[in-house]
Structures are given as C-alpha cells and as structure tokens.
Design a protein around this ligand. Structure first.
Ligand SMILES: [Zn+2]
Length: 211
C-alpha cells in the first residue's frame, strides 16, 4: 500500500495549497479536501493527516468553514477531535463536557446547568486557533456525491493502511482519547482500513486531480 499512498501524497502536493484565511473563489462547489499539518512529514514531504468531503450539494466551502471558522464542535467532528486532544493533553476535566452533543434544544436545556459556556467558548477559540495556524489543505473537484464518498473512503483506507508515513512523536493526535486516531495517525475514525485505491484507482484519481 506504500506505493499507492506515496502516489496520493504526490498528487495532493501537486495541487495549489490553501491556508487560512482561504479565498472562497479557489474552492470548487463540490469536491474532496486533503489536510496537511505543520510538523507532520511522510513520503519525503508533508504528510496527509485528514481527508474529507461533504454530502449535500455545493457544500464544500461551507464544510471547510465548519472546520476552520465556525466555533461549534457539534457541527464538525474534526473540531471535536482537535478539542478532545487539546483537553486531554492538558488533563482538563472539561473533556467530559466537550463530549456532550448540544445540537438539539433538548440537549442544551438538559445540560445547560452543567456546562460553563464561557469556558467552552474559550476552548472553541483555542481549537479555531490551532486549526487556522497548523493546517493547510488542497481541494479537487468531484461533482457526484457517490463518487466523492467512494474516493474519500479509498484515499483514507490507502493512507491508513500504509506503513510508510507515520505521525511524529509530538503530533497532537497522540493525545487523542480516540484510539483509532493514535493508531492511524489520522484525524479520522471512519473509513479506515477498508478498500484502498488500486492502480486503476490511482490513475482515476490522477485524472480527477489534474482536472
Ligand atoms: Zn503513506
């Protein structure tokens, strides 16, 4: 799997790199994003640490904003996981409140007496700052939802099954309470170790990336 993973890394690195604050006109309406993180290396260059996409039509930019900008952990599993690792790294007991999903009005009502919302906001700000300062990404267009989900899954499987790119000793993900994140070296818990890209898959991806 190492050769296919190396090919994915080379394709991703060949694309224009976006960083915060990103120019929305550089983001296609529909597609896949690949994240790199400061200090993380593999395959003689920057290491892929997350791959993601969106399900709703024309939502790629909005999805990226949910990760990079919107201070709401319950709308972004990526933010939730960065927060978990930051809190766990500091031995912060707020971690158990960070885990609660406050999306519904009922949940907010039930938990409102337990949660220090001022403190939660400060953690959200730390998460935004960490993401904005440490992650860059590339994007490529994939218009069909089924194709997006299939390619996302295969890239994730390819990178997770590779033994040629590993997290650094100082990687924040090493502090994650989620074993799958530590084990895979990726800010992901789904689509790991499933069906990776084969030679044809890499050729197809190459055509997509080159537009
Ligand atoms: Zn690899």
């Amino acid at each position: 799997m190492n050769n296919e993973c190396e090919a994915v890394h080379n394709l991703a690195r060949s694309l224009e790199r976006q960083c915060f604050p990103f120019d929305e006109s550089n983001i296609p309406s529909n597609g896949i994003y690949i994240l790199f993180e400061k200090g993380e290396e593999g395959h003689v260059g920057e290491r892929i640490v997350r791959v993601g996409t969106h399900t709703g039509a024309n939502q790629l930019c909005s999805r990226l904003k949910q990760h990079f900008i919107n201070n709401n952990k319950d709308r972004s599993i990526f933010r939730k996981n960065i927060g978990r690792a930051l809190l766990n790294q500091n031995g912060d007991p707020f971690l158990k409140f960070w885990e609660l999903d406050l999306t519904t009005r009922k949940a907010r009502k039930n938990y409102s007496s337990l949660i220090d919302f001022g403190y939660q906001k400060s953690i959200e700000e730390q998460v935004s700052q960490y993401i904005q300062c440490n992650f860059t990404f590339c994007v490529f267009e994939v218009n069909s939802k089924d194709e997006r989900l299939e390619i996302e899954s295969k890239i994730i499987s390819t990178v997770s099954m590779c033994v040629g790119c590993n997290p650094s000793k100082t990687w924040l993900g090493n502090f994650s309470p989620k074993h799958k994140i530590i084990e895979s070296g990726l800010w992901l818990v789904n689509e790991l170790y499933k069906t990776p890209l084969d030679t044809f898959g890499i050729e197809h991806l190459s055509r997509l990336v080159k537009g």
